[in-house]
Design a protein around this ligand. Structure first.
Ligand code: PMP
Length: 339
């Protein structure tokens, strides 16, 4: 078991709800905490870096990402969270009024960013087997199609066959959001970003790497594609501290990250078993979370909050209905959702 720091004791973490909960399983972060190297970098370099700007366009971070991902620096863009990389891509490839298509349900920020840039979000329901409706997505004619795999909030994955057909038939860019790739069995599609001219894969330091508070994300694609995204990106997307901590994590803490991810996956399956024993039917997930359809999810979510446990409530999700999304990490934290 990986030791984890009980930061929940003192710090009210992200909780959209009224009062912070002691156990917050709502945001799919690494519940084991931040990577060990972060402690050292903040102590040894933190103060020294504060007074000066970081280098524009994050060259150190891009080098670290390139080396971690096995690509060249020209294949890499970075942003203030992968949210920001997605936002920049929407603005880089689409004009106001253009359609952005995505499977439904998926990551809620995509239609939000689409609207902020005056784009037209067009949801295309996932098939009942949770597979992409490739023909439906193509039929929108969108110049940018967004696909999240493993998908938030369902946890389900797109098949390689469906994704390759989509990528090879799409009239424009396919953005593959892999925020949760570290938790998958064989769901890594970085190879498509290396081999196809129209694929941008986005990744983040916020989930498996335990650095959501830093706001560091990245994207990989063909150099010409990345150059377009960079045109929509300002030079100073990261703090000097954020960049230094992310670089250290990518170079020193990969084994730690993998161990956290493995334990989160193990505990996800343990939770799935426990929920099934209660007569519930969680969706098959390859993320660090489970989506559990429950009638009257809001009421159940509020009852959990009364017991100091915060999970994410969804109402009326397409093809699912009401559901709770429960983040997975150290078992003692997850067990509190079961009590
Ligand atoms: N993509 C997906 C699917 C997510 O769930 C999230 C975070 N909830 C993000 C992207 C954004 O993460 P960040 O901006 O922290 O990199």
């Amino acid at each position: 078991m990986i030791p984890f720091r009980d930061t929940y004791r003192d710090i009210p973490l992200y909780s959209p709800a009224k009062k912070p909960c002691r156990v917050d399983l709502s945001d799919n972060t690494n519940l084991f905490g931040a990577p060990p190297s972060a402690d050292r970098v903040l102590r040894e370099e933190g103060f020294l870096r504060l007074a000066r700007y970081p280098a524009g366009y994050a060259p150190d971070l891009k080098r670290a990402v390139a080396s971690y991902a096995g690509v060249s620096v020209e294949n890499v863009t970075t942003g203030c969270g992968s949210d920001d990389v997605i936002d920049c891509a929407l603005r880089a490839f689409l004009e106001p009024g253009d359609v952005v298509a995505f499977p439904d349900p998926t990551f809620v920020m995509v239609p939000l960013y689409a609207r902020l840039s005056a784009l037209k979000p067009v949801p295309v329901p996932l098939r009942s087997d949770h597979e992409l409706d490739v023909d439906g997505l193509l039929a929108t004619g969108a110049k940018l199609i967004y696909v999240c795999t493993p998908n938030n909030p369902t946890g389900t994955v797109a098949s390689r066959a469906a994704l390759e057909r989509l990528v090879d038939s799409a009239p424009g860019v396919v953005l593959i959001d892999q925020a949760y790739v570290e938790f998958t069995r064989d769901g890594d599609f970085l190879d498509l970003a290396r081999t196809r001219p129209n694929v941008l894969v986005t990744r983040t330091m916020s989930k498996a790497f335990g650095l959501a508070g830093l706001r560091v994300g990245w994207g990989v694609g063909a150099p010409s594609l990345v150059a377009e995204v960079e045109k929509a990106r300002g030079p100073y997307k990261h703090t000097a501290l954020g960049e230094a901590v992310a670089v250290a994590a990518l170079t020193e803490d990969v084994a730690w990250m993998e161990a956290c991810a493995a334990e989160a996956v193990e505990n996800r399956e343990r939770l799935r078993g426990a929920l099934k024993a209660l007569g519930l039917a969680p969706l098959p997930s390859e993320g660090n979370f489970l989506l559990v359809p429950v009638p009257e999810a809001r009421r159940v979510g509020e009852a959990l909050r009364e017991r100091n446990v915060n999970v994410r409530v969804f109402e009326g999700l397409t093809g699912v209905g009401d559901a709770l999304r429960i983040g997975c990490g150290p078992w003692p934290m997850m067990a509190s959702a079961l009590k």
